[in-house]
Write a protein that binds this ligand. Sequence first.
Ligand SMILES: [Zn+2]
Length: 130
Amino acid sequence: MSLPRRARAARTGAQPWIAAPAALATVAVAGVLAWALRGHAARIAVVAGVAALVAPILWVIASALRPALPDRRCPRCGAVALVLLRRDDPIGVRCRACAFEDPETYVAYLKDVMDDPEVSGPPTADGTRS
Ligand SMILES: [Zn+2]
């Protein structure tokens, strides 16, 4: 018994029938653009080259000025209240709003913001934060 066509295509990575015409259309559009812009090749090359040099530098500057923040949204209640279960372990979170707790969830960058009292809450009696 054979799989349905879509399931077989998904398993094997085969493209649907539209892939070949789409590839030909892409080549045709590229050819038309190359023909239409043939007199400006040097200008286009300079602009593309400058963009290739400047874009990564701008990306590094933007990343340094605005570092990534953890997604603290609770998967159960949607409140922005996830905190680490244990301060020294980056795996395991709980929600302060609904008591959701998952010892296997990893939230990127959550450990980096746990020193912020606004995130981790006031210190407890033994000096640690929850
Ligand atoms: Zn919650």
